[in-house]
Design a protein around this ligand. Structure first.
Ligand code: XIL
Length: 355
């Protein structure tokens, strides 16, 4: 009998008793079959955290996808639906259908929404990148966009990735139309516009390759520190964590703690751990160990509010398209069955409770 089968059959029985029961850890110590009855969101809730994932409403017609998205997740990030190119394909012409659909899905399931993303150098509409706007116009366009989108979901979004990926890997400011128009001040301007539009949402800067100490991490740290010194509305720093399984990542806990000590929340926002495809058992175990390491870093930091993966199942993941020869990066496989990474995630999420 496959573990996946056990998950299906006992979905209303053992799994619920594990979730509701006081001795959460017992379910885990009873072995993988019992752990298969645990959900990621219940495991994360055991230490007051959420477990989320990026979703795409285009996949909602697949029943197993919807089942995993509702049963496993307590937070949702729109993978693409809220990006500027999607919501304003032509100047002044708005299309909120995909965003609203995801939003309604998350609300119906009592899930937090991590809005993603307001100001980025990618997935911008062609009218914007191909236009000839003066710096002051671009500044106003950015403020108007942030205001419009953040107001639309005011009071309902848990958090916003206000500024996405502001740095290049060497720690230099990443060239973008925003940097060109406003210099580094665009970050603070965007944060202030977002705060005015949605005062309750936690406002984040989000980036990748900042999970270990290095020039990019230090640049982000200096930015966060200077924003806090200025009293700018920065509430959180997101560690995307698009990683290759098997690469050393020894200091993520210390890095996250250093940011948290600046007075911000931290979160793992886009976790996936890609491996060479097709994966063998050894690679899947290495990947599982790395899931445990990254999630373990989060649960070891009090200010780390939750973990989100970038997708749920290997059937729908950006990794094979963006990293040639790699994929299989998520906790559920292409048939929606839990992988060793799933069990490692459950174990790491409940470790805080067991200690
Ligand atoms: C990716 C999506 O997953 C893809 O579908 C899309 O084609 C490109 O963007 N960092 C981010 C995310 O902040 O928005 C990116 O999402 C992945 C990298």
């Amino acid at each position: 009998m496959s573990l996946g089968g056990a998950r299906e059959r006992d979905a209303r029985g053992t799994r619920l008793s594990c979730i509701r029961g006081a001795a959460l850890a017992l379910c885990l110590f009873a072995g993988p079959a019992a752990a298969a009855e645990m959900t990621l969101k219940a495991a994360a809730a055991s230490s007051g955290r959420y477990f989320g994932a990026a979703l795409d409403s285009g996949d909602f017609d697949e029943k197993p996808y919807v089942r995993l998205a509702t049963e496993e997740l307590s937070a949702v990030t729109p993978e693409n639906a809220m990006k500027w190119a999607v919501v304003e394909p032509a100047r002044g012409v708005f299309d909120w259908r995909a965003a609203d659909r995801l939003f309604a899905f998350a609300q119906a399931n009592g899930q937090k929404i991590r809005g993603h993303t307001l100001v980025w150098h990618q997935q911008l509409p062609a009218w914007l990148t191909g236009g000839t706007f003066a710096p002051a116009e671009l500044r106003q366009l950015m403020i108007d966009h942030v205001t419009l989108e953040a107001s639309r979901y005011r009071g309902a979004d848990y958090a916003w990735d206000v500024v996405n990926e502001p740095f290049a890997d060497d720690g230099a400011w990443r060239p973008s139309i925003w940097l060109q128009a406003m210099g580094p001040d665009y970050v603070e301007t965007a944060l202030r516009a977002a705060r005015a539009a949605d005062p309750q949402a936690k406002l984040y800067i989000n980036d990748y390759n900042v999970e270990s100490a290095g020039p990019k991490m230090r640049a982000l740290y200096e930015l966060a520190a200077s924003l806090k010194r200025k009293g700018a509305p920065l509430d959180g720093v997101g560690f995307e964590s698009h990683l290759v399984a098997g690469s050393p990542l020894g200091d993520m806990r210390e890095v996250m703690q250093a940011f948290a000590d600046l007075g911000v929340d931290v979160a793992v926002t886009e976790l996936d751990l890609r491996i060479k495809t097709p994966p063998d058992a050894k690679a899947l175990d290495t990947q599982a160990a790395d899931y445990a390491k990254v999630i373990g870093a989060c649960v070891a930091v009090k200010e780390c509010v939750g973990v989100s993966t970038w997708g749920v199942t290997d059937a729908h993941s950006w990794t094979p398209f963006f990293f040639a020869g790699y994929g299989a990066a998520l906790p559920f496989d292409e048939s929606y069955q839990p992988k060793p990474a799933f069990f490692a995630a459950i174990d790491a999420l409940t470790r805080a409770e067991r200690q």
